[in-house]
Design a protein around this ligand. Structure first.
Ligand code: UN1
Length: 521
């Protein structure tokens, strides 16, 4: 039913091939690699998609460029009117598209729908921008002159997204790119092609209604070969990449080599600090949602906890209790197949192996597993046994420099260390390469002030009495340091999707030079 609703040429139960390239027309990929879409809850193969070859990326970019040449003539407020209709289409299909996200990515239904909501919300921000995208009008030192700074479109924005937010992250980029007057070319994660195809269909249908070229929402499903072709192409001035730090480094260097620019959203490795006066009624659910929710597969998921020694016992007891409750009540399960679940499966069998390996290695280095030593999920219904299930884990460490604290693993493993002061926690919070999100739980205004100050947390998202994940789209989203310094969503993120021009306009009858330079013929 979801497939029909979203106009996907698939029958439930069959694993047929679906075309994964859209450049105004749907095309079948010609690369040697095949993408496979599985249901991570059952392990069932749902569809295959042939990847886009480098030559196909090049011709899709040609189509996107032609679309841009038409689109750039449309005034920004008119672009806003179209985006409003795109947002309405997402609203209409929120349940179906959200369910497809759950089915293909594995997250629970409310989070699948939440992703679609993020797009609708950011579209609202972008529609507002369509009438307020301000440049500036500045005083000139020369009489009868003015200075202006003005945003213009860039041309084509390349968007490479990860499996964990298969709708929202493309949506954020598409909305900003579109409102700034660009064509967008999307290379989705190799394991979530169906969501990308359904999303593209939805956007293209609205563009068509407005008589706009549908290649403004171009799609090139594929793997490394496809991304490489996109990143190397000089027709793509901006590449927005979400994914691992390792691949991010390659993307950044590939794009920099041709002097293009990047928005990077890489690994998070986010920490929560819980001080002795913290309200545990906030801290416990805050940590549990960010560590167990989405099975630890958000860039904003909590990986580290620094808890004050005066409260450590009480905190850990309640935390373990919460994990036990999730396990014993059968709250780990597929949302699509079992709507009361709080956490779904991991996305891939590789992630399951990584989870087990990581826990075993931590244990061999002396970490104390407080919960989740046995990684198997209890009482899993028989129709789910083929899925990628693990039990979330809590580990208490006695060594704050254990490598578990340094490297982000995209699994539900929470590493805990007991601290003695806020200063120690800030030191540890900041002592990693990554810098996406962080959270402090306390009621002390002095601690809050320090945490938010220049001596405080160095991450891009710095929360107080709220967990590390689940950011709203009204403000800028992104991380510092090895997270890549990128900003998406609200705030001033739209600036990056523009080509800026500074103009001096002389409305006098003289030609004075700046800085008082004299140059008489
Ligand atoms: C991501 O994990 O790639 O803040 C994005 C959050 C979501 C976005 C996460 N709004 O958790």
């Amino acid at each position: 039913a979801i497939f029909d609703e979203l106009d996907l040429p698939l029958k439930a139960g069959s694993a047929s091939e679906v075309p994964g390239i859209f450049d105004g027309d749907w095309r079948r990929g010609e690369a040697d690699h095949t993408l496979k879409s599985y249901d991570p809850s059952t392990g069932r193969l749902m569809a295959t998609v042939q990847g886009a070859s480098a030559a196909q990326v090049s011709s899709a970019l040609g189509a996107a460029q032609a679309a841009f040449r038409v689109f750039r003539k449309l005034p920004a407020p008119a672009r806003g009117e179209v985006l409003k209709d795109i947002a309405d289409a997402f609203t209409l299909q929120k349940d179906a598209l959200g369910a497809l996200v759950s089915l293909e990515m594995g997250k629970i239904l409310t989070e699948g729908r939440g992703e679609v909501q993020e797009v609708i919300d950011l579209a609202a921000v972008a529609v507002g921008l369509s009438r307020t995208m301000a440049g500036s009008y500045l005083p000139s030192e020369r009489a009868g002159h003015v200075l202006m700074e003005k945003p213009n479109p860039l041309g084509i924005v390349g968007v490479v997204t990860a499996f964990n937010f298969p709708v929202a992250v493309h949506g954020w980029n598409f909305c900003m790119s579109f409102i700034c007057g660009n064509a967008t070319v999307w290379k989705p994660a190799p394991s979530t092609p169906l969501t990308a195809i359904a999303t593209t269909k939805l956007i293209a249908s609205v563009l068509k209604k407005h008589n706009l070229p549908t290649a403004l929402a171009t799609l090139v499903a594929g793997d490394v070969e496809t991304s490489k072709a996109l990143c190397e192409d000089e027709r793509v001035p901006l590449v927005s990449f979400t994914g691992s730090e390792t691949i991010g480094r390659i993307v950044a260097q590939t794009v920099a080599k041709r002097l293009g620019k990047c928005i990077l959203e890489l690994g998070g490795n986010n920490a929560v600090t819980v001080l002795s006066d913290a309200n545990l009624d906030l801290a416990i659910p805050g940590v549990v949602f960010a560590a167990v929710g989405t099975s630890g597969q958000r860039c904003t998921s909590s990986r580290r906890v620094y808890v004050h020694r005066d409260i450590a016992d009480r905190f850990l007891q309640r935390l373990v209790g919460a994990y036990e409750q999730i396990a014993s009540k059968g709250l780990i399960g597929s949302a699509v197949h079992d709507p009361k679940a709080l956490a779904g499966p991991l996305h891939s069998p590789t992630a399951v192996a990584k989870h087990k390996e990581t826990l075993a290695a931590i244990k061999s280095r002396g970490g104390r597993i407080l919960f989740g030593e046995s990684t198997a999920v209890q009482d899993l219904p028989s129709h789910l046994t083929g899925g990628n299930w693990v039990q979330p884990a809590i580990v208490l460490h006695s060594n704050s420099s254990d490598e578990a604290f340094a490297e982000e693993v995209f699994c539900p493993i929470l590493n805990v260390y007991i601290i003695s002061s806020l200063d120690e926690a800030i030191e540890l919070n900041n002592d990693v390469r990554q810098g996406l999100s962080s959270a402090l739980f306390t009621n002390d205004h002095v601690s809050i002030g320090k945490w938010l100050s220049a001596e405080g947390s160095d991450t891009g998202i710095v929360n107080v009495n709220a967990g590390t994940s689940g950011a709203e789209v009204g403000a800028g989203f992104g991380g510092n340091k090895a997270t890549g310094w990128g900003r998406e969503c609200g705030g001033t993120a739209w600036h990056a999707y523009c080509s800026w021009s500074t103009s001096v306009v002389n409305y006098s009858r003289e030609l004075p030079l700046a800085q008082g330079v004299k140059f008489h013929l």
